[in-house]
Design a protein around this ligand. Structure first.
Ligand SMILES: *Cc1c(COP(=O)(O)O)cnc(C)c1O
Length: 337
């Protein structure tokens, strides 16, 4: 019997045809720029996001860090959400390795940053202050899709203030599928975007940073410095290419499964869900019960959740509709007590 792993969309295993594509990959030494599969992945992702160039990175953390280090110099500042991944969940890399000061601000309930508040925190040109260079947004943010008109406003805002705009688009394909637009419609507002291949898209490894040629050249240099220069990485890039070709449209299934899961759990006394917030593949819920007991009960039913204080369930490629029914049943039996 299979495990139903709802901890994250990073837990997916490569499918048979994906492994087949990896086996067939033509490879070369990518540090010499000679891996045709890596080159194709970079070109393909750049084309999809409407950018000049792409860079295959080991992880989303690396890709975001390279973007920050390529937009900002030592003593510069970037403005970012308090709960944004680049600020909170990347070990403080911008400060630790880039000498870049973060200016975190509280996120709005829809996952955006209030631009009037951002304006207030842009530092004047005065040597008491770090130089504000970059605004960083995240889409999806906690599974929520940033509104399209907000993206246009954010672009106009950074133009007015002479900032650059980076998107942590770890799940930007989920956002595009949810809005039923080409991903380029979202990414065209940004200078750079980091896209994860190893989340909902189901590849085992990697992210691609896309942006203008000049920024990507800088990022390529920093990637080598950070130990991210990989050799016959085409084996991994082939999985990413396969994912981009075959696993984008199917994200809709993950969204349907997440909505189904949220609807089922919302009916259980003891679970509180704001279904407005279930827009893509992530379900957040508040529960009255003891988390570690719930964790144990679900484990007995071959269901894995992250036993942290807040319940966060993520659907993905390895979760099918019957798994959702099974999971709802296990939650029901726990809360029935
Ligand atoms: C997962 C994630 C990343 C990058 O994560 P890695 O584990 O380093 O690949 C970046 N931003 C967001 C929003 C993420 O969810």
């Amino acid at each position: 019997m299979k495990w139903i792993d709802l901890r994250s969309d990073t837990v997916t295993r490569p499918t048979k045809p994906m492994l087949e594509a990896m086996m067939q990959a033509e490879v070369g030494d990518d540090v010499y720029g000679e891996d045709p599969t890596v080159n194709l992945l970079e070109k393909t992702t750049a084309r999809m996001t409407g950018m000049e160039a792409g860079l295959f990175c080991t992880s989303g953390t690396q890709s975001n860090l390279l973007a920050l280090m390529s937009h900002c110099n030592r003593g510069d500042e970037y403005i970012v959400g308090q709960l944004a991944h680049t600020y909170r969940y990347e070990g403080g890399g911008a400060a630790v390795l880039g000498s870049i000061q973060p200016q975190p601000l509280d996120l709005e309930p829809d996952g955006s940053l209030d631009l009037a508040k951002v304006a207030h925190f842009i530092k004047p040109d005065d040597y008491h202050f770090a130089k504000t260079k970059l605004l960083c947004l995240e889409n999806t943010q906690g599974g929520k899709v940033l509104p399209m008109d907000y993206l246009a406003k954010a672009r106009a805002f950074v133009n007015t203030h002479g900032l650059s705009l980076h998107l942590d688009g770890a799940r930007v394909f989920n956002a595009a599928v949810k809005l039923d637009v080409a991903v380029e419609e979202i990414t065209r507002h940004f200078d750079t975007v980091s896209c994860c291949l190893s989340k909902g898209l189901g590849a085992p490894v990697g992210s691609v940073l896309c942006g203008p040629e000049k920024i990507i050249q800088k990022a390529r240099r920093w990637r080598k410095v950070l130990g991210g220069g990989m050799r016959q990485a085409g084996i991994l890039a082939a999985a990413g290419l396969y994912a981009l070709e075959n696993h984008v449209a199917r994200l809709e299934k993950d969204h349907v499964n997440a909505r189904h899961l949220a609807a089922g759990l919302a009916k259980i006394k003891g679970i509180k869900i704001d279904s407005e917030m279930v827009q893509t593949n992530i379900v957040f819920a508040d529960i009255t019960a003891d988390m570690s007991k719930l964790h144990g009960h679900l484990k007995e039913n071959r269901i894995l959740i992250d036993p942290s204080s807040h319940l966060r369930l993520v659907t993905h490629l390895d979760i099918q509709a019957p798994d959702i029914d099974h999971a709802i049943g296990a939650f029901q039996s726990f809360f029935r007590g």
